[in-house]
Ligand binder design. Structure first.
Ligand code: FAD
Ligand code: NAI
Length: 508
């Protein structure tokens, strides 16, 4: 990583120092610089953080190869295009993925440079200070260390794969998502065992299965992607079944071990009480490689945060004020995966970055900023890149119904299917649906779930509507271009009152 400044300018006082250059950190540093602040960012590894290097971007680059293969295998002939039986060159797909990652990293370096953000390579640790005199941050890289001083600090150190000792992760056969996404991992396993059928498990399960691996997934809960809408889960499960992905739910994975031929996981029924596990009936699952994707742990250690008074919960991460992202120590903020505020997503980290920067600079004074406070009313879209894709925002129908019932009200649900949409038919993408849940009295949109082609894009429009209080009928009265997939939104919004034109049935 380049250093835009000479290291060790002792007396330099930055307005803002950011520790960690993921989508939370680099966004915050650039935003601070845009507002005229003197900003520095400290990164121990690669610019772009988890998202660009071991998360969002490399997975979606590999996903693109899987999607293209599906189109060729399942759609080309139907659309009148005859192609020879495709073969997979996994190492080529990985090489492309590596190039995408590299280009994005370079792009971020360029953005930081053009915004005059100083970049320091090394492990950042806040050693002393307060908001009146500024904070001292020690930056350590390969045995060399220097100190920088800043009026405000933003901790954006993210998360890392959660580990369980009994899973014996050896980074060779028993892997985390980081291991699979390293530049060197370029051999497609014949059989992949995935532990945890959450977002990461499902995204990798989908990619590897499509590219030719036999995928077996073990999940502790009674269902995969448990936080999604019931019908969405059902639709994805049915697609996974067709692809030959074996999903075993209610599995308490007791241990995973590397064997001479690959890996072996031993499980028992998740309902067996902890103290009866030893005597319980066991099942074993074998494969060539195992991916452990059972959640993420906060990266808050080693920075001496507790020593300077920052409150850190081992599981929840750095405790911050929900409106400003400020920690218990005035002048120190924490954003993104590392803090205790909600979903661990790239766009949430960037959003936190904006909030922290505007509050920090407002506190310093003298900057022309747009002050923002985080609010529970800010809606967060969530997407899962499987085939079909999933997008969701707000409440699921069960929770919305329950909430309205408690207020003596009812939910209206508008639903529209891709197979009734002209554009989806033309594209040959007829699987899936969009559902919108609204308050029957006020028409307020409480949530939406979409599964099907471009679902993550579809859900953006509903996010905008929810954020700005646009009701279901108002959404339905907005002219949508034809033929587009976005007409799903129009039709589902109209269907809230039984007024979708291209759907059989009566008005409510
Ligand atoms: P990170 O991106 O984790 O960045 C933190 C940075 O801080 C890292 O670069 C780290 O090296 C650095 N750091 C840590 N400690 C120090 C220190 N003491 N000193 C200096 N530097 C330090 N989210 C989405 O929204 N969409 C997706 O499609 C998506 N896909 C994902 C796929 C996978 C496989 C994974 C693992 C995650 C995915 N995520 C996705 C989640 C997303 O990557 C994270 O939510 C996001 O990266 C969090 O951003 P962050 O800035 O908080 O932290
Ligand atoms: P997750 O919380 O989504 O899923 C973990 C799954 O593992 C859960 O279903 C859980 O029940 C299961 N599990 C936990 N312990 C287990 C055990 N011992 N045995 C069997 N199953 C067990 O976490 P995941 O998939 O690791 O993702 C981490 C984070 O990364 C998520 O918070 C997500 O927000 C983010 N992410 C986002 C993506 C996106 O936006 N498209 C893609 C990938 C990750």
């Amino acid at each position: 990583m380049q250093n835009n400044n000479e290291i060790g300018e002792k007396d330099e006082l930055y307005d803002v120092a950011v520790i960690g250059a993921g989508p939370g950190g680099y966004h915050a540093a650039i935003r601070a610089a845009q507002y005229g602040a003197k900003a520095v960012i400290v990164e121990k590894s690669f610019l772009g953080g988890t998202c660009s290097n071991w998360g969002c971007i490399p997975t979606k680059a590999l996903y693109a190869s899987a999607v293209l293969l599906e189109e060729i295998q399942e759609k080309a002939a139907e659309l009148g295009i005859n192609v020879a039986e495709p073969t997979v060159d996994f190492s080529k797909a990985v090489e492309r993925k590596n190039n995408v990652v590299k280009e994005l990293r370079e792009g971020i370096a360029g953005l930081l440079k053009s915004n005059k953000v100083d970049v320091r390579k090394g492990f950042g640790r806040i050693v002393s200070g307060d908001k009146n005199s500024g904070f001292d941050i020690q930056v350590e890289d390969d045995g060399n260390s220097h100190t920088i001083k800043a009026k405000r600090v933003i901790i954006a150190t993210g998360s890392k794969p959660a580990l369980i000792p009994a899973f014996n992760i050896d980074h060779k056969k028993i892997l985390t998502s980081d291991d699979i996404l390293t530049a060197e991992f370029n051999t497609l396993p014949k059989r992949l065992l995935v532990i945890g059928a959450g977002v990461i498990g499902c995204e990798f399960g989908n990619i590897f299965s499509r590219l030719g691996a036999k995928v077996t997934m073990l999940e502790y809960l009674p269902t995969m992607i448990a936080t999604e809408e019931r019908l969405v889960i059902k639709e994805l499960k049915s697609k996974f079944d067709k692809m030959g992905i074996e999903l075993h739910v209610n599995q308490n994975v007791l241990n995973v071990e590397a064997t001479d031929t690959g890996v072996k996981a031993t499980t028992c029924d998740a309902k067996v009480p902890r103290d009866e596990v030893d005597g319980a009936e066991k099942q074993t699952f074998e494969a060539d490689l195992c991916l452990v994707s059972i959640g993420r742990a906060k990266e808050a250690g080693g920075m001496g945060l507790e020593d300077i008074g920052v409150e850190v919960d081992r599981r929840a991460g750095v405790i911050v004020d929900a409106e400003t992202m400020e920690t218990k120590v005035a002048g120190i903020y924490a954003i993104g995966d590392v803090n205790n505020q909600g979903l661990m997503l790239a766009h949430v980290a960037s959003y936190h970055g904006d909030i922290a920067v505007s509050n920090a600079l407002n506190d310093i004074g003298g900057f022309d900023i747009h002050l923002r406070k985080a609010s529970k009313k800010d809606v967060v879209p969530y997407t899962i890149f499987t085939e079909p894709e999933i997008g969701s925002v707000g409440m699921r129908s069960k929770a919305a119904k329950q909430m309205l019932r408690e207020k003596g009200k009812k939910a209206y649900i508008g639903r529209f299917y891709y197979n009734s949409l002209g554009k989806a038919k033309c594209m040959g993408k007829e699987d899936g649906f969009l559902m919108i849940v609204a308050d029957s009295e006020t028409d307020e949109i409480l949530g939406a779930s979409c599964i099907g082609a471009e679902a993550p894009e579809i859900i953006s429009e509903i996010t905008l509507a929810m954020q700005h209080g646009i009701t279901a009928p108002q959404l339905g009265h907005t002219i949508h271009s034809h033929p587009t997939l976005s007409e799903l939104v129009l039709e589902a919004a109209e269907d809230v009152h039984g007024l979708a034109i291209h759907k059989a049935g009566r008005r409510r």
